[in-house]
Ligand binder design. Structure first.
Ligand code: ATP
Ligand code: MG
Length: 584
């Protein structure tokens, strides 16, 4: 192992939800996990009931569920009781507008309180909630609303006029638009939220949803191509709840901050549902990333559990440890990361800077919840994603003659696969049955990611299948090369691709963004090449390094290697609807 593992202290283990991993795996059943929830009084299962109403029924109505921090630092607190009333009002509005069970309710909003009310209110009404990232332009919005046959949209007056109005008349399914900041316009089908909320009752009989009823529609990040609409059902809440306990170590007295936007699955599963079903107080910040602001929030809000993404961690590393030490982060108890491979360098940095490491975990829009994770009670091997959740059977597999064979030899690269059957598994790619069916072969769900498993059962991410590089007989995962370059003090970010080569098949090329205070030069390029060769050996090290101000990323912060490659080779860029603007 290239890095020393980070050992856990007995007192950390003693207070964690999952104290003995092997025992938890042996004892686990999804039925028991289901029994941790209440179910709807009278039968059925509804995500919003588990997230909100049941806590009120248990006497926790006065506890703060959501603490919202506005762009201008205004703070608004919402108790579980407040959320119950507001979401019931919203659900009544949907009823009054004839939104039926299974109808799709879309949201195009920043992280404002109304987004959370609309999400949970829609679920109460039995509608399917579909969040859209607010920075999308008109085309990606139209495409996603058409796929899902949106019936109602909640948005702002500004977004509506700029992003929806130009094509509204082309989407027949869209009956109603609710503007959170608009008055009643008198225009058919366009409503102001405040008026509707004022007229609606606080009481609502939650739709008797069954575990298999459709609840959420999430579009994938579009890192590898055209985004897919993954369908999730109300039973997913069982996984949201238990993974929050196991992988994020959520306790009811935690102040939890998930920095992801609900426009992506992480921001819904762990930015709305899991923290609420687990009875925590969750922090929502309306503003975008800013190192000082984030440290101030962690300090002032006494955040105890923090869930974020590698891109953000790399940006914090760029600012440096000294800066972090200006803040009192003593309440921080547990930190986790998802979305991209977390470089070992980042794990070690966090342990040095915060006195505790980030815990990497792996999952996908399709899996609905965390599948492989590092746990509070388990030593962290920097660079490893950890072990499968209790209740999740994972494997490293290969396809031979059309059949799937499990690779049992340790530390051998293959496709990361899961045995279907956990409750938050997607039930469809909406209207793309063929694409969905292809994910399942011989009772395995194939993730499209390559990984390996060590003899000790820890999983190591290698790369997305599409991003793998074949060079002179070697299969090279970009993550390994990127992590080696990240160890160089000048490197802030790096994306690695394969470019065609007549002799080797492909050669490795790295695109590097530098930390502040470093300037591009031929000397630095040679130093980086030498550093990589020393770490990786000549067969795996990049042959070429190009400097970039920024790397192309999805709006959820993932490096888009396919775009680096298309641009390098002068090929069409494909779907760029989720591409973040590259000016930053
Ligand atoms: P698309 O499927 O549209 O190309 P996407 O795969 O990026 O986009 P998501 O579902 O948001 O969409 O992301 C899941 C993917 O993110 C995983 O398949 C994996 O490639 C990557 N990922 C998530 N967590 C980790 C992690 N901890 N380590 C490495 N990769 C991760
Ligand atoms: Mg994917």
């Amino acid at each position: 192992m290239p890095w020393d593992s980070i050992r856990k202290r007995p007192e950390e283990i003693a207070l964690s939800n999952l104290r003995d991993y092997d025992r938890a795996v042996a004892d686990f059943s999804w039925d028991q996990a289901r029994a941790l929830l209440d179910g709807l009084p009278g039968g059925g299962l509804n995500i919003a009931y588990e997230a909100v109403d049941r806590h009120v029924a248990h006497g926790l109505g006065d506890k703060i569920a959501l603490r919202w921090i506005g762009q201008d630092d205004t703070i608004r607190n919402f108790t579980y009781g407040d959320l119950q009333r507001l979401t019931s009002r919203f659900a009544n509005i949907l009823r009054s507008l004839d939104i039926a069970k299974g109808d799709r309710v879309y949201c195009l909003l920043g992280r404002v309180p109304e987004l959370y009310v609309a999400a949970l209110g829609s679920l109460k009404a039995g509608a399917v909630f579909c969040p859209l990232f607010s920075a999308f332009g008109p085309e990606p919005i139209k495409a996603r609303m058409s796929i899902g046959e949106a019936k109602l949209l909640v948005t702002t007056d500004h977004f509506y006029r700029r992003k929806i109005a130009p094509w509204h008349s082309h989407l027949d399914s869209l009956r109603h638009v609710i503007l959170i900041d608009g008055g009643d316009t008198g225009t058919l089908g366009i409503h102001g939220l405040a008026g509707l909320m004022n007229r609606a009752s606080d009481h609502f009989n939650i739709e008797r949803t069954a575990p298999e009823d459709m609840a959420l529609l999430h579009f994938t990040s579009g890192t590898t191509g055209r985004p897919k609409g993954a369908v999730h059902v109300h039973a997913a809440v069982i996984a949201h709840h238990i993974t929050g306990q196991f992988a994020l170590d959520l306790h009811t007295d935690d102040i939890f901050w998930c920095t992801a936007d609900p426009g992506w699955v992480t921001g819904t599963s762990y930015g709305i549902i899991s923290p609420l079903t687990n009875g925590t107080t969750m922090i929502v910040d309306q503003a975008e990333f800013d190192a000082e602001r984030w440290y101030r929030i962690l300090q002032d809000q006494k955040v105890s559990v923090w869930y974020t993404a590698p891109t953000a961690i790399r940006m914090l590393m760029k600012v440096g440890s000294e800066f972090a030490r200006r803040f009192d982060l003593s309440h921080l108890r547990y930190m986790a990361s998802v979305g991209e491979p977390l470089n070992p360098e980042a794990v070690v940095w966090s342990a040095q800077t915060f006195g505790k490491p980030f815990h990497d975990n792996w999952w996908q829009t399709e899996t609905g919840g965390i599948m492989i994770a590092n746990y509070q009670a388990m030593d962290v091997h920097p660079g490893s994603m950890g072990k499968p959740l209790p209740g999740v059977a994972a494997g490293i597999v290969e396809k031979r003659d059309g059949h799937i064979r499990e690779i049992s030899a340790p530390s051998t690269v293959g496709e990361l696969a899961l045995r279907p059957g956990w409750p938050s598994m997607m039930r469809a790619y909406l209207h793309e049955e063929e694409r969905y069916r292809k994910c399942f072969v011989d009772d395995w769900y194939l993730s499209g990611d390559l990984a390996m498993r060590g003899a000790d059962g820890y999983y190591w991410f290698v790369g997305r299948a599409d991003d793998m590089i074949k060079s002179a007989g070697h299969l090279i995962g970009p993550f390994e090369v990127e992590s080696a370059l990240m160890e160089h003090p000048a490197v802030a970010e790096v994306g690695v691709i394969g470019i065609p080569d007549p002799v080797a098949g492909e050669t490795v090329k790295a695109f590097v963004a530098l930390k502040a205070g470093f300037a591009t030069s031929e000397e630095l390029r040679m130093d980086l090449l030498g550093h990589a060769r020393k770490k990786l050996g000549p067969a795996v090290a990049p042959k070429e390094i190009a400097f970039r101000q920024n790397l192309p990323k999805t709006r959820s912060g993932k490096i888009m290697r396919r775009l680096l490659k298309a641009r390098e080779l002068g090929l069409p860029e494909g779907d760029t609807s989720t591409l973040e603007s590259e000016e930053r």
